[in-house]
Design a binder for this molecule. Structure first.
Ligand code: UDP
Ligand code: MG
Length: 332
């Protein structure tokens, strides 16, 4: 009788990198990442998730892969955003440990070795990369990030670290939990600490983007903030309730003063007060409706259960197109 063997992953480490129009950065990234991973002496893979890039990121990745078989390319059909691209990468990754890292070398690949050592030596499930210096970021980036983390700590909880982004190592157990989450738009920097797995930290200095422009314009930052707030806190709805209660008492006072004025016969000049009351109430109502709408929109998306992303090509798939196919297609 054969004894069933436990399933052991042949890969120790997967490095997941979402890339959106990173043609300029990808060569620098590979040149720095590869020696680090080769030097770790563990079986590894790099999962480069192309988030629907419109430049030559995929073609270049496929060329680089010819010389680096550990590089796997997963290409999504359209741009779905950093966090969802990360979700696609986590689902593709097969390693016992999975590191998520940006493609622009703002997170130093050399830290991956430290993270892996910390996870193994301390036996923890998550190792956060914590930025101890953001001086290389622009003032705008630091300010907006400051506002984001301040808001999250107030609304979500003080456990939200204000210096931990998406550079982290997670064990297979954590990744399996994340992959099973039914959430449509998970915000991993909040979800991972909320799960309560044992963790450690390694600090690093945030470097400047190696090439190209940021792929996080203000509109994407606002989207991330709204997703973060609505997926973790009902406080805005409670604020809407309090605004409603406040407005109600204000109205009661105004009704009393209106009746008193009517009793004294002084009712005609009232344009300014009417004007202010209508605008104020209208404003409060619109804010509350908007707040409700944000939550309802997310419930709607969750009920629709549309796929978060679609994979157009995966080099781990036998039927994946070759470099030549891609090049031919781009010249057509
Ligand atoms: N990214 C992505 N999809 C997007 C926007 C960004 O996959 O829609 C990737 C991007 O290629 C990079 C990472 O997410 O690897 C972080 O983006 P970026 O460095 O531009 O953000 P910043 O560091 O400026 O906040
Ligand atoms: Mg960056």
């Amino acid at each position: 009788m054969t004894v069933p063997q436990p399933l052991v992953s042949p890969l120790t480490l997967s490095v997941v990198t979402p890339m959106y129009n990173e043609r300029e950065a990808v060569d620098h990234f590979v040149a720095r990442l590869r020696p680090v991973l080769d030097g770790l002496a563990v079986a590894y893979e790099v999962v480069a998730v192309d988030d629907g890039s419109s430049d030559a990121t995929v073609a270049r990745l496929l060329q680089l892969r010819a010389d680096w078989p550990e590089l796997r390319v997963v290409s999504l059909r359209r741009n779905v955003g950093h966090q969802t691209a990360l979700a696609a990468g986590l689902r593709s990754a097969g390693g016992d440990y999975v590191v998520s890292i940006d493609a622009d070398l703002q997170d130093p690949p050399e830290t991956i070795g430290e993270m892996l050592a910390a996870a193994r030596e301390q036996g923890v499930d998550v190792v956060y990369g914590v930025r101890n210096d953001r001086s290389s970021d622009t003032v705008f980036k630091r300010r907006t990030a400051g506002i984001y983390y301040w808001t999250m700590r107030r609304l979500v909880g003080s456990w939200v670290s204000d210096q931990a982004g998406d550079f982290r190592l997670m064990s297979r157990a954590v990744v399996d939990v994340l992959n099973d989450l039914p959430e449509q738009r998970p915000v991993y920097r909040l979800v991972v600490p909320s799960l309560g797995f044992s963790s450690a930290e390694v600090t690093y200095v945030r470097a400047e983007r190696v090439a190209g422009e940021t792929k996080y314009p203000l509109s994407k930052m606002i989207k991330l903030t709204l997703d973060s707030v609505t997926s973790f806190s009902a406080t805005p709805l409670r604020i809407a309730t309090w605004l409603g209660i406040l407005a109600f008492f204000l109205c009661l006072a105004l009704i009393v003063s209106g009746l008193v004025a009517w009793g004294f016969g002084a009712v005609v000049p009232g344009w300014t007060s009417l004007y202010i009351a209508v605008l104020l109430l209208g404003g409060i109502q619109l804010i509350c409706l908007g707040l409700l709408g944000e939550y309802i929109g997310r419930i709607y998306a969750a009920v629709q259960k549309r796929p978060q992303y679609l994979v157009a090509m995966d080099t781990a798939d036998e039927t994946a197109p070759s470099v030549e196919d891609i090049e031919l297609a781009s010249h057509r």
